[in-house]
Design a protein around this ligand. Structure first.
Ligand SMILES: [Zn+2]
Ligand SMILES: [Zn+2]
Length: 171
């Protein structure tokens, strides 16, 4: 896992990006939801109906989902969930590492490794709005160390790189 992550970060940092990013969560949305359900059982967390609905909507999307889209889609699904309920469900999913919030575009994306809580950088394409999770915690770890050294109690990190993805720059 670490080795793959390192290779990946080098790839994206180089001037000419090579191949192989994985934007597509959709092909395995069901598997992802099952993985989260299992993690909830193991950790004694309750995956309530609204939490599950929100998770399924995010899992089914191949792009980060904006909060207002989420509210719209829930309305379509005839869920009568009020916005505060939806935001609480999102907080639950974020706090437990099942999804990530992309602060710079105010959108949510499912996590590639929902069974482990982690903070990792994202590459966000300004053209197609895809978000690629970089499975490498080195940058995050470095920031956490620096913060600790300065006596700063870090609560959250936002590591988001904007640009144009390989697909959009070649099409
Ligand atoms: Zn993740
Ligand atoms: Zn793109």
């Amino acid at each position: 896992m670490r080795v793959a992550g390192s290779a990946m970060i080098r790839m994206h940092m180089s001037a000419k990006p090579a191949h192989a990013t994985h934007h597509h969560h959709t092909h395995n949305a069901k598997g992802f939801v099952r993985e989260v359900a299992t993690a909830c059982t193991q950790r004694g967390l309750r995956l309530t109906e609204i939490r599950l609905q929100v998770l399924e909507l995010i899992a089914a999307s191949d792009k980060p989902v904006k909060a207002y889209d989420l509210l719209d889609r829930l309305k379509d699904a005839r869920s009568n969930a009020a916005p505060p309920t939806v935001y609480r469900a999102l907080d639950f999913l974020i706090d437990n590492g099942f999804i990530h919030k992309l602060q710079s575009i105010n959108a949510y994306v499912s996590c590639h490794h929902p069974s482990v809580v982690h903070q990792v950088p994202f590459l966000i394409c300004d053209v197609c709005e895809s978000a690629t999770e970089i499975c490498d915690e080195r940058v995050s770890g470095m920031l956490a160390d620096q913060a600790r050294t300065l006596g700063f109690r870090a609560r959250a990190q936002t590591l988001e790189v904007h640009g144009v993805c390989r697909h959009c720059s070649t099409h």
